[in-house]
Write a protein of this length. Sequence first.
Length: 698
Amino acid sequence: MVVILALLYKVGTLKSREREYSEFVRRAEKREAMHEQRYRELLDNASDIVYTLDLEGRLMTWSKAGEMITGYGQRELFQKDLAELVPAERREAARAWIRQTAEGRGPATFELVVTAKDGNPVILDVSTRAITRDGGFVGVLGFARDITERKRSEEEAQRAREAAEAASRLKSEFLANMSHEIRTPMNGILGMTELALETNLSKEQREFLEMVKMSADSLLDIINDILDFSKIEVGKLELDASPFNLRHLLETTLKLLMIRARQKGLHLTCEVDPRVPDGLLGDSTRLRQVLMNLAGNAIKFTENGSIQVGVQTAAISRDEAVLRFEVRDTGIGIPPEKQQIIFEAFTQADGSTTRKYGGTGLGLTITKKLVNMMGGEINVQSEAGQGSIFSFALPFPLTQSLPREKAKEEESVFDSRMGAPGTLELPAPPKRGDAPLRILLAEDNPANQKLILYLLEKQGCTLEVANDGKEALALVEKAGPDGFDLILMDIQMPYLNGFEVTRIIRQNERESRSHLPIIALTAHAMKGDREKCLEAGMDAYISKPIDREELFQIVERFASGSLERPLPSPETFSRPEVLDTAECLARVGGNSQLIGELAELFLQACPRLLEELNQAVVDQDRERLQNIAHTVKSSAGNLSGKAALRAAQNLEWEASCGDFEAIDRACGNLAHEIERLRPILADLVKGGHPETEPALLP
């Protein structure tokens, strides 16, 4: 009986456990069904595609978003290779990604282009991860977002940017071409008119020619205003800072206006506070333009009385001075309600002034923009009939400050010069030693040829003329390395332009180790044109219409002393990209003695570096070339020798790439830049002072 009861109890227990297990299974199945339902709801409601793949890349699950985006449903794709949706050329790559992801080593995110059911491409941003079970990889879980529209918008924006950039380039090219086409004939008109005025003329003939010159000068002013305004509009007008002497700039600027003032019976004066420092760092060309515009306007709109230009020290520290410039006149004045619109483009205070006084209405617009770019604001105080005061304050880093006594002396000399009548003195005929300077003029414009021949032959030079680039190159090759003392090189010529001729000459000079100075003559006046000329290997730059005094001065510099090391003044053709003295001085805290010591160390190392450079090229030793480039990069960088620094960086890059044709060019360029830097550094070592004589490249 006991046994039977025990068996019954055991059976009952087993049935109870069976019921419990059945209930557990039922609840588990219910939970799994709920999870499955939630998963399906997630798949059905997700805005992004959710999918799973097995280890072979076959589709196991596919959300409704996948069907909406691609047109393919779950049943159509189930157990199919998902890579079949990818264009044929990318299919194998897609399969490789899937395998790598399934193995836990593929890319976590990537972009994928698939072909929708309607044949259109769909761009997906895909995120994936491997599915693991019991420590092993069993498949791939992926999420894909449709970014087709975003990509299209980005592409459209990119096309719009490219179109805008292309339009800007076309506008810049148009401005450059317009500058050249207008300035070239203007050079002939102005130059020949000036020469004609120096001959014996009747009173009537002189009057007519003076009117021609006055009209041509006015036309040139209008051209310059339009070009400057256009450069501002396309963002091409930039500042070019270099050391300059403020009092010299004021003197030379106002001398140009003195004749106009005297012709109207006006008294033009300039007063400079003795505390104003002389050595400044800034864009002297643009400061001169601002002062010319303001003082020129003052003369134009003043019938009686005076024009006064003043400079005061607003603030000064060890490293910087803030200077206040002021231009006063006793002219027609400006009503208060018109004082703001005068700075707007193509606007003058009174429409009738355009007919009476001429001009484009752009001068003050350009002046305001230039003052703003230099860190200042321009202001005007005026009343109708009571004259005007235009003023602005600008900050300038200091490069050299004159002692107080010397500053006073300088100012008094400056004032006496400005107050007294006089004429500009031309330099003596340029010669090299006892022989006349022999110059090759490469110029295709007959008027320009005649003008330059007349000017320089009158100064005792001997000239040969080349009518195009090929002829210029042939004459140089025929004459040999000592045939010409310098070349005046036009940029736009038939057959070969000035850039191409210069590059060929410089390439040939690498073997002869000689250097023939080349001065660019160009009617281009856009930002970057000077840099293009110097980068091409030219030594200086003169823009057309040619200023004969500037022409004489530059030719004289190249004729005097060593032709291999001319030192133009910083206001003519400063070359901070070769040796930026202002930056170098700032780096060493103004210690010019330390600069000399660094220059001497560099010069001592140059022969060895050049020899090792040549040998490394012969041996095709890329590692050694990289080491040499790195050494030069460091040394040139310490001295702010920017051209040599860039050349060293270029060689270091080319040596790492291994293209020996490119390496050979880079080596030649580096050697060339070192050779151009050496004479400048040698001058510093001999006792040159970079604070007063910026090292400039021939």
